[in-house]
Write a protein that binds this ligand. Structure first.
Ligand code: PLP
Length: 236
């Protein structure tokens, strides 16, 4: 079997298994799977895999590093394939201009300064971005994320940028926490935010190993790497 066919078969098997996990978890939570968006996080995998996934019907693609994302998304576009581009990784202010040039949704805005930089970068390039506030669940901001009491200020800063649209929250569960505990806390932050910003209805939470817990807590967007693509090859 030619290697491309073999990879398509492998990806479509992974996708079928993932869809059934999502269906079972949604059933358990009394939710409709149609309200859940699966984002394939394709970091360390080639543009060819993005094209394959898009052709299998998975058109939401996430990347976590600008220097990898930009050329990969360009290559996907050269194949004539349109995908929704999610930036899910830590974002330094000096990359805001680049990311604003291609992202449709940025999941990782965690400071007023970053919101301002991203807003003016998007505006300069005549782009409109959907933006999530990344929340630090355990209050340790070193891995990214705004601590809970900073979330309203970051949300206001996003809301004040005409080129940005505040859509909700994102978090990565701390490694040492039970995912359910972490995602319950995120759901509480999301509820509080929606009181001031009813349009901020997105909860980006849940990865390959903990998507069931995230769906039980109301996640609307799952960020899935290894369960779709396989174990990540080392960085080139
Ligand atoms: C890599 C990554 C994911 C996907 O992780 P898996 O465990 O492979 O599903 C999700 N979110 C972010 C921010 C990531 O960097």
């Amino acid at each position: 079997m030619d290697p491309d066919r073999a990879r398509v078969t492998e990806l479509s098997g992974h996708l079928a298994r993932l869809r059934s996990r999502v269906a079972v978890a949604c059933e358990a939570a009394g939710r409709d799977p149609a309200e859940v968006t699966v984002i394939a996080v394709t970091k360390n995998f080639p543009a060819a895999d993005v094209v394959r996934l898009a052709r299998l019907g998975l058109g939401d693609i996430g990347e976590n590093r600008d220097q990898e994302a930009r050329p990969k998304f360009d290559e996907v576009a050269r194949h004539g394939v349109a995908v929704r581009r999610h930036f899910v990784g830590r974002l330094q202010r000096n990359k805001a201009r680049s990311v604003a040039g291609y992202a449709d949704m940025v999941h990782s805005v965690d400071s007023v300064r970053l919101a301002t930089a991203l807003g003016s970068a998007a505006s300069d390039q005549d782009r409109r971005l959907e933006v999530l506030v990344q929340v630090s669940i355990d209050g340790d901001p070193t891995r990214g994320g705004a601590v809970t009491d900073q979330v309203p200020a970051v949300a206001e800063a996003i809301d004040g940028q005409p080129a940005l649209r505040l859509r909700g929250v994102m978090a990565v569960a701390p490694q040492t926490w039970l995912p359910l505990t972490a995602y319950q806390q995120l759901a509480e932050v999301a509820r509080t935010l929606r009181r001031e910003h009813p349009e901020a209805s997105v909860i980006s939470a849940g990865m390959s190993n903990d998507l069931e817990a995230a769906l039980a807590c109301g996640a609307t967007h799952l960020r899935i790497g290894s369960a779709l693509l396989g174990n990540r090859p080392p960085l080139r």
